[in-house]
Design a protein around this ligand. Structure first.
Ligand SMILES: NC(=O)c1ccc[n+]([C@@H]2O[C@H](COP(=O)([O-])OP(=O)(O)OC[C@H]3O[C@@H](n4cnc5c(N)ncnc54)[C@H](OP(=O)(O)O)[C@@H]3O)[C@@H](O)[C@H]2O)c1
Length: 336
């Protein structure tokens, strides 16, 4: 099994190295790719140094079985043919192909088998905020069809990449040192602030990130559900959180929902408000599951339920989800 990581130096790329090692992924050979910025850099994996190669239009992917790509949508589009033409499965973290009809969009807890039908050899990893939400929604959908979702996200700096994470830390330092604040990765200063904008605005007033949640949720869950999102950048460093309201076809009780969430794959129920126990990004950072708490009836809707979730979007929202897709393909014997 030969595995490639494209974008190895990035926030997601670095997490791939950790996730593959943590899960003892069955690979024999690992190759890393990047731009001229990181080409030549060396990263440790299983006690051995691996040098980043420059990503080029050539036959470097000839013997690759699985390629995890996380170098942005433009690079994924530009290199998809080079990566897949010899038979490698490309599991792509960018938004490049997510809504293409001939590319499955997969969260293993919801629709693992969709990964088997990939005419172009590409499987898309959904948007991180959407992955985290659907992992928690699937067990509730299994109880009663979800008709509507309202969601407000609280997304950490790292969602915008490694340099954005560094910029937030730099901003706090600059403020402490009484220096002008550097703003380049976010539309405004993020330190001591919240920004109600993630990605660019669309003609309907929603951002691209918010429309991803609408469209991708339907594709993953094979559902006609309508999802109205407000995505907000907050100054946590790592792990996203979400406040979610759902309306189901029949009313679901809090106890019923908690019971389903407690046994759902990929979910940890952390719901004990009397003891101040609920999920928080400081604690969910670096972990695998989506943590769910504050499960309540919606006071404004008899068929409504509301809850809070938090999870590491670089892990389950990106690298871990992609590796779980690969593990599923290996388990069912569906790689090259
Ligand atoms: N961060 C998250 O929470 C998250 C979650 C889900 C999905 N994603 C998606 O994953 C992708 C990567 O995000 P990230 O947060 O890891 O970004 P990042 O930290 O900015 O890393 C970007 C990576 O892309 C590589 N790259 C850029 N231009 C390249 C080129 N011409 N050829 C080869 N490699 C190139 C960079 O390599 P160099 O250092 O060599 O330039 C770097 O390794 C994006 O599509 C993003 O939307 C991110």
């Amino acid at each position: 099994m030969k595995v490639a990581i494209v974008g190895a130096s990035g926030a997601v790329g670095q997490e791939f190295l950790r996730v593959l090692a943590d899960r003892n992924f069955p690979l024999d050979e690992l190759v890393l790719f990047g731009s001229e910025r990181s080409a030549g850099r060396r990263y440790m994996f299983r006690g051995m140094e691996h040098e980043v190669k420059l990503l080029c239009h050539n036959d470097d992917f000839k013997d690759v079985d699985i390629a995890f790509t996380s170098a942005g949508a433009g690079i994924s589009k530009e290199f998809a043919d080079d990566i897949t033409r010899h038979g490698a499965v490309m599991i792509d973290n960018s938004s490049a192909f997510r809504m293409d009809e001939d590319v499955p969009l997969v969260v293993p807890e919801c629709n693992a088998a969709d990964a088997l039908n990939r005419p172009r050899g590409i499987i898309a990893n959904p948007n991180c905020t959407t992955i985290m939400m659907v992992v928690a929604l699937q067990p509730l959908e299994n109880l009663s069809h979800i008709r509507r979702i309202h969601i407000a996200s609280y997304q950490s700096a790292s969602g915008a990449g490694a340099a954005a994470m560094a910029e937030l830390q730099q901003q706090y330092k600059e403020i402490n040192d009484g220096k002008p604040v550097t703003v380049s990765k976010f539309p405004h200063q993020l330190a001591y602030n919240v920004i109600p904008q993630i990605d660019v605005f669309q003609p309907n007033g929603y951002t691209k990130e918010e429309m991803k949640m609408f469209n991708e949720t339907r594709k993953i869950m094979h559902s006609d559900v309508k999802c109205s999102a407000m995505c907000v950048r907050v100054s946590s460093l790592r792990a996203h959180s979400e406040s979610v309201w759902i309306e189901t076809e029949r009313p679901i009780s809090v106890e019923e929902a908690q019971k389903a969430l407690a046994v759902a794959p990929g979910v940890t129920l952390q719901d004990d408000p009397d003891n101040l126990v609920y999920p928080m990004p400081l604690e969910t950072a670096g972990t695998d599951d989506i943590y769910v708490g504050r499960v309540r009836k919606d006071l404004a809707d008899d068929c409504g339920l509301t809850f809070w979730l938090s999870g590491d979007q670089i892990r389950k929202g990106a690298a871990l989800n992609a590796v779980q897709i690969a593990e599923y393909l290996i388990k069912v014997g569906n790689v090259k």
